[in-house]
Design a binder for this molecule. Structure first.
Ligand code: NDP
Ligand code: GDR
Length: 374
């Protein structure tokens, strides 16, 4: 351990935010420890570029096997590392999947947070270790107020959001009960080229690229009317760090303050490959048809149906409208985002086009390519 360098533990290091936050903290000179789950195949694609040979001395990026459902393991790792900062990003983070696995989601996302906080307390680190809890705009759920701020009441609408609500309050409770420096970042949706493939933005950019290249015919989505406040993950991980550098531990909304429908996101993605869509029909019968195609590389006949609604993607209870009010973070932490939504869509599309071109080559050489769209 190098006493001159700060040490951070990131749970969920293999996820989108874990990868960006690792890069960010390493650039700041931190020693970064990451918690990763045992999987039957390697799942470290997002952090492979940060990997360091375990036989080299003075590593500053170290991975540990662990799981948020195992308190013995969390306690042992925290005891060994004695972190200055913990970023609790690990979660079963897919809202729709949480309806399929509600008990596990409660265990990992809700109780997992308690296990972490209590490990810090039991180890007597409550005055040393600062804790960031990855809270979410999903806490607002059913619309009570627009835009949503730190003062807006919660009304969670999924097992995921309910589990995150427990995590939110147990973080507040440990802060108040034991004087711990523990904070919630209530982050609105944030995306990137390394966003999980089954979240709607990435599902759309991936499918748009595949359709343009002739690898897929149609994109099936659920609720096209849902509105989200989408930012870029790179901007948001910086704020996780800022939150832990503030003088006092508090809870913070991080958002762009703008909202967009899923349908508009689809239009923006297709526009990146020169395809204009027109939407016809309503509800489950709504379809997206090619109206115009300006890019000679991606010629799809006018009138081709490239988007349809599949009710299997509807959620038992939906969150219709999210738009955050980040005034507190803007005024007290100096929060501002460097990306806007068109810039984010462009970056995601360029990345997915490159990836899909690779898949196209693999397919030409007879390799099986991933055709999983769920
Ligand atoms: P991802 O789904 O990309 O990453 C989740 C991470 O958690 C992965 O590393 C995953 O590991 C790990 N994980 C899942 N379950 C467990 C477990 N039981 N034990 C240990 N690790 C586990 O999520 P994001 O990076 O997008 O989000 C990070 C956090 O922020 C999550 O808590 C999410 O709920 C929250 N959040 C995200 C927002 C967003 O828009 N991205 C907005 C607001 C909050 P593996 O790779 O093995 O699956
Ligand atoms: P969300 O993200 O539920 O907001 O949670 P997601 O991208 O999954 O859904 C956004 C909206 O799009 C609608 N939608 C679809 N969603 C998916 N995944 N697949 C589809 O085919 C589809 N069609 C329409 C959804 O109904 C929803 O309204 C994300 C996660 O990162 C959480 O962990 C995080 O807490 C919140 O953002 C803030």
């Amino acid at each position: 351990m190098n006493p001159l360098k700060k040490t951070a533990l990131i749970t969920g290091v293999t996820g989108q935010d874990g990868a960006y936050l690792s890069e960010f903290l390493l650039e700041k000179g931190y020693i970064v420890h990451g918690l990763k789950r045992r999987t039957s195949l390697f799942n470290t694609d997002r952090i492979d570029h940060l990997y360091q040979d375990p036989y080299v001395e003075n590593r500053n990026f170290i991975l540990h096997y662990g799981d948020m459902t195992d308190s013995t393991n969390l306690t042992r790792i925290i005891q060994e590392i004695q972190p200055d900062e913990i970023y609790n990003l690990a979660a079963m983070s897919h809202v729709a999947v949480s309806f399929e696995t509600p008990e596990y989601t409660g265990n990992a996302d809700g109780l997992g947070t308690l296990r972490l906080l209590d490990a810090v307390r039991l180890l007597g680190l409550e005055k040393k270790t600062r804790i960031y809890q990855a809270s979410t705009s999903e806490l607002y759920g059913k619309v009570q107020e627009v835009p949503q701020s730190e003062k807006t009441p919660f009304y969670p609408r999924s097992p995921y959001a309910v589990a995150k609500m427990y995590a939110y309050w147990i973080t507040v409770n440990y802060r108040e009960a034991y004087g711990m420096y523990a904070c919630n970042g209530i982050l609105f949706n944030h995306e990137s080229p390394i966003r999980g493939e089954t979240f709607v933005t990435r599902k759309i950019t991936r499918a748009t690229a595949r359709i343009a290249l002739g690898l897929q015919h149609k994109l099936y989505l659920g609720n096209l009317d849902a509105q989200r406040d989408w930012g870029h993950a790179k901007d948001y991980v910086q704020m996780m760090w800022m939150i832990l550098q503030a003088d006092e531990p508090e809870d913070w909304v991080i958002a762009t303050g703008k909202t967009t429908t899923v349908r508009e996101f689809v239009q923006m993605s297709f526009a990146e490959v020169g395809i204009e869509l027109e939407f016809k029909g309503k509800g489950v019968n709504e379809k997206g048809l090619v109206k115009y195609c300006s890019n000679p590389d991606y010629q799809i006949p006018i009138g081709t149906e490239v988007l349809a609604v599949d009710p299997k993607y509807f959620r038992p209870t939906e969150v219709d409208l999210l738009v955050g009010d980040p005034t507190k973070a803007r005024t007290k932490l100096g929060w501002k985002c460097s990306y806007d939504l068109p810039g984010l869509v462009k970056e995601m599309m360029q990345s997915d086009l490159k990836l899909m071109e690779k898949e196209q080559h693999l397919k030409e050489y007879g390799y099986t390519i991933l055709n999983y769209f769920e």
